[in-house]
Design a protein around this ligand. Structure first.
Ligand SMILES: Nc1ncnc2c1ncn2[C@@H]1O[C@H](COP(=O)(O)OP(=O)(O)OP(=O)(O)O)[C@@H](O)[C@H]1O
Length: 696
C-alpha cells in the first residue's frame, strides 16, 4: 500500500511538489482571467496560446506506435499542456476506411512536448489513465501512442465541440432540458470513472466534448483531459536531489504516492480509500469550477468532481457564476470565500429545483462518502422529456445507473439521516475552546478583560503560583487562562498597540542558536518596539509561549522561561502563511502559537517543540471533518486561531504520548465559562482558545 510517511522528508518532498502546483494554479487562473475578461472565448483557446508549443515545430506528418501515417490539419484545441490537431490518414495502408476506430480517416492527435511538466518521467501521465479508462463509458478511445521527435503523440477518436463551445455559440445560453440531460449523462460518466478508482480533478464545460457533428455520436457526451495527475509531477531539477537525500530507492514511493493519489480516490493495491490530507498551498484544477475542498488543498476525492459538475451545470444554465470577475493575486482566496458564502439557494435562485437539490447534496458530501449517483440522476428525470431518443443529449449511459435506481432510492431514503448543511451562506463567529485530559491541577480563566485590568489578574495569578498558558481576544477584550501545571519558571508579557496593525510587510525574526551569535532579522520601524522587546527576552532565554491579537491591532505577547524550546521564529502576514510554515517544518520548527488581529495572522514556530509531526486544518468554517480524521491518526489540536473569514487549527503528534489522549473541543457563542467548569470536573483543562469565524 502506498502510504504518506510522516517524516520530514515527506514534508520536503511535498513542498517541492507544491511549488509546481502553485505554478499550475497560475496557469489555471490565467486561463480564467482570459475567460472572465473576454467573455466570448473559451479558456482553452486564448489568444497567444500558440506560443507555448513553439519550443519545437510540430511534425507535418505523424506515425506512432504502429499507426497509419497522418497529415496534420486544423488545430482543434489547446490546453495547459497539450495541443490537439486533426490528423488525416494518408498514404498506402492496410487499414479499412472507417469513420472511427483504429483505421479512421480522421483522428484527433494530442501532442505534448517532452519537456512539458507532464512528461518529466517519460510519457504523459494521461496515457496511463487512458490505458485504464479509454473507450469506457464517456471516455474517448485512444488507438495509438508513441514519441515522435520532441513530442509525445496520442492518436484518439475525433470528437466535436465542447460544452463551452456550444454555450458560447448559442449566445451564452443553454436550455434547461439540455443542461438536465448533460447532468444525467455527466453524472453517469463520473460514476463509471469513479467506479474504476479514478477522479477527474478538472471537471468543467471545456472538458466535456460532444461527438463529431453529423455523425451518430453527435449527441453523445465525452469527458476529456484525464491528465490532472501530471500536475503533481516534480520539475526535473528537483527530482535527483529529493530522491537521493534519503539514500534509498524506496524513497520513490512517496513521490509516486503524491502522484497517484492525485487522480485515484481508491488505492489500487489495497482497494482502500486514499488518506485524507490538507495542504493549503496546493491547488489543482480551474479556479472557477474547483470545489471548495480543492481550493483548500484537500486530497481530491469523488465529491470534488461532483461539486465541479454542479458549478459547470449552473454556469451553463445561468451563464455566470457568482464568483466570476475577481482578479489579482488574491483571486483564489476570494473565489473560495465567495463559494463558501453562497448558499445553494442563492446559487440556484433562477434554476429549477433539482439543480439546487443537486448542489445541496454534493457540497455536503464527506471526503470518503460514496455519492449516490442514481439518486442525483433521478433528480433530473422530471425535467427531461420521457422519450430518451429525442433528448438533446444522449442519456443512454445513465440508463445503466438507472437500472439500480428504483431500489437504491428506496433503500437510501429509509436509511438516510438528515444531514447538517455545511454551507448556509451566513457567516458567524464563535469561541473555539480545546480541552486536554491532564492530571488534576489548578486552572483559572478570565474573560472580557480590558487592557487596564490585565496586570492585576496576572499579578494575582503569579502570586498564587499560576502562569499564563493561553490568551485570546474578542471585541478588543482579552481572555486569559492561567495554570499551575505549565512547568514555566518565570514569565513576562507585553501589551502593545504596535504589534500587528502597522506592519505592512511579512517579516520574520530568528533567535540565535546561542546567545553570542548575531541576529538575522529584518527591521521595520513600526515594529521596533515589540520586536526589540521580544529580542531582549529571547536573550534572557524567554520564549513566546502564548500570543493574541485584537481587532484594533493591539497584541498581547507572553514569553516564558523553562519551556523546552531551543529556537524560535515568527511571522506576521496578511494571509495564512502556509508556505512559510512548510519551509520552517523542513528546518525542524513546529507551530507553537498562533494569533490573528483583524485579518492578519501571526504564527510562532519553535525548535524543540516536542512534536514528531504537524498538520494544519484551514477552512472558512470549523473544519470538523478534518479534525476527526486527524484525531483518528493520533494528531491533537495544539494551536488555534481564527479571523472573520477563516479558522486555522494546528494539529500535532507529540513525541511523548500522554497517558490520556482525550481531547474535546467546544464552539460557543459566548465565552464557555459554565462548560469549562464541567470539563474541569472530568479533569479536562483548556489547552487552547480563540474567537473567530467557525460557522458559515
Ligand atoms: N478527441 C478530441 N477531439 C476533438 N477535440 C479535442 C479532442 N481532445 C481534445 N480536444 C480539444 O483540445 C482541447 C485541449 O485538450 P485537452 O483538454 O485534452 O488538453 P490539455 O492540454 O490536457 O488541457 P488542460 O490544460 O485542461 O489540462 C479540448 O478542450 C478540446 O477543445
Amino acid at each position: 500500500m502506498i502510504r504518506r510517511t510522516k517524516t520530514p522528508f515527506r514534508k520536503e518532498l511535498l513542498d517541492e511538489g507544491a511549488g509546481v502546483l502553485r505554478g499550475e494554479k497560475e496557469v489555471a487562473e490565467k486561463k480564467m482571467d482570459e475567460h472572465d475578461s473576454g467573455g466570448g472565448r473559451s479558456a482553452d483557446k486564448v489568444p497567444g496560446a500558440d506560443d507555448e508549443g513553439s519550443t519545437a515545430p510540430l511534425p507535418e506528418k505523424v506515425q506512432v506506435g504502429g499507426s497509419p501515417m497522418y497529415k496534420l490539419e486544423k488545430k482543434l484545441g489547446k490546453g495547459g499542456f497539450g495541443q490537439v490537431y486533426v490528423g488525416r490518414r494518408i498514404g498506402p495502408t492496410n487499414f479499412a476506411n472507417e469513420r472511427g476506430g483504429p483505421g479512421a480517416l480522421e483522428v484527433a492527435l494530442k501532442f505534448e512536448h517532452r519537456s512539458s511538466k507532464g512528461c518529466n518521467y517519460g510519457p504523459p501521465y494521461e496515457w496511463q489513465v487512458y490505458n485504464a479508462l479509454g473507450g469506457s463509458h464517456g471516455v474517448p478511445r485512444v488507438h495509438y501512442k508513441g514519441r515522435q521527435g520532441e513530442y509525445y503523440v496520442m492518436v484518439m477518436d475525433m470528437l466535436g465541440p465542447s460544452l463551452w463551445d456550444v454555450w458560447n455559440n448559442n449566445s451564452h445560453t443553454m436550455s434547461i432540458e439540455m443542461v438536465a440531460c448533460i447532468a444525467i449523462e455527466a453524472i453517469s460518466i463520473l460514476e463509471k470513472m469513479h467506479s474504476r478508482g479514478y477522479v477527474h480533478g478538472d471537471v468543467k464545460p471545456e472538458n466535456f466534448l460532444l461527438g463529431p457533428p453529423a455523425t451518430p455520436e453527435e449527441k453523445k457526451l465525452f469527458l476529456v483531459d484525464l491528465g490532472l495527475g501530471k500536475l503533481l509531477n516534480l520539475p526535473v531539477n528537483v527530482v535527483p536531489e529529493t530522491f537521493f537525500r534519503d539514500n534509498g530507492c524506496l524513497m520513490f514511493s512517496p513521490i509516486v504516492a503524491c502522484f497517484v493519489t492525485a487522480t485515484r480516490w481508491r488505492d489500487s493495491s489495497t482497494g482502500h480509500h486514499v488518506e485524507y490530507d490538507q495542504r493549503p498551498d496546493v491547488f489543482r484544477g480551474t479556479v472557477r469550477y474547483a470545489s471548495v475542498h480543492a481550493h483548500l488543498g484537500r486530497t481530491g476525492s469523488r465529491r470534488d468532481d461532483l461539486e465541479s459538475l454542479a458549478y459547470t451545470l449552473i454556469f451553463l444554465l445561468r451563464g455566470r457564476l457568482p464568483w466570476q470577475g475577481y482578479q489579482g493575486e488574491n483571486k483564489g482566496f476570494l473565489v473560495c470565500k465567495k463559494k463558501m458564502a453562497t448558499s445553494p439557494e442563492t446559487l440556484c435562485c433562477f434554476c429549477p429545483q433539482p439543480f439546487r437539490q443537486f448542489v445541496e447534496y454534493v457540497v455536503n458530501l464527506k471526503f470518503d462518502e460514496e455519492p449516490n449517483y442514481a439518486k442525483y440522476i433521478s433528480l433530473f428525470d422530471g425535467i427531461v422529456g420521457p422519450n430518451p431518443d429525442i433528448r438533446p443529449i444522449n442519456t443512454d449511459g445513465a440508463l445503466k445507473v438507472g437500472h439500480k435506481r428504483g431500489r437504491l432510492t428506496m433503500e437510501e431514503e429509509e436509511d438516510e439521516q438528515p444531514k447538517k448543511k455545511v454551507r448556509m451562506g451566513m457567516p458567524a463567529t464563535q469561541w473555539i475552546s480545546v480541552y486536554n485530559a491532564r492530571r488534576p491541577m489548578k486552572q483559572r480563566y478570565h474573560y472580557n478583560v480590558a487592557d487596564t485590568r490585565l496586570s492585576q489578574h496576572i499579578e494575582k495569578g503569579n502570586e498564587d503560583g499560576l502562569f499564563i498558558s493561553c490568551v485570546a481576544s474578542c471585541s478588543n477584550l482579552w481572555a486569559l487562562i492561567m495554570d499551575a501545571g505549565t512547568n514555566f519558571s518565570a514569565q513576562v508579557y507585553e501589551l502593545s498597540t504596535h504589534f500587528l496593525h502597522k506592519v505592512s510587510f511579512d517579516f520574520e525574526l530568528y533567535t540565535p542558536l546561542n546567545a553570542n551569535s548575531t541576529y538575522s532579522c529584518l527591521l521595520y520601524s513600526s515594529f521596533v518596539f515589540t520586536k526589540e522587546w521580544i529580542m531582549e527576552q529571547w536573550e534572557k532565554n524567554y520564549y513566546i509561549s502564548a500570543i493574541a491579537g485584537a481587532n484594533n491591532g493591539s497584541s498581547l505577547v507572553v514569553m516564558s522561561k523553562g519551556t523546552q524550546y531551543l529556537q524560535q521564529s515568527y511571522k506576521v502576514s496578511d494571509s495564512f502563511p502556509f508556505k512559510w510554515i512548510n519551509k520552517k517544518w523542513r528546518e525542524g520548527f513546529y507551530v507553537t502559537a498562533m494569533a490573528t488581529a483583524g485579518s492578519r495572522w501571526a504564527i510562532v514556530m519553535s525548535r524543540g517543540a516536542g512534536f514528531s509531526d504537524q498538520v494544519v486544518e484551514l477552512d472558512f468554517l470549523y473544519p470538523s471533518e478534518g479534525i476527526h480524521r486527524r484525531w483518528d491518526s493520533g494528531y491533537r489540536i495544539t494551536s488555534t486561531a481564527a479571523t472573520w473569514d477563516q479558522s486555522a487549527l494546528v494539529l500535532s503528534v507529540p513525541r511523548r504520548k500522554p497517558a490520556d489522549e482525550t481531547q474535546e473541543t467546544l464552539r460557543t457563542s459566548a465565552f464557555p465559562s459554565i462548560h469549562v467548569k464541567e470539563k474541569w470536573a472530568k479533569n479536562l483543562y483548556i489547552a487552547s482558545v480563540c474567537y473567530g469565524r467557525t460557522v458559515s
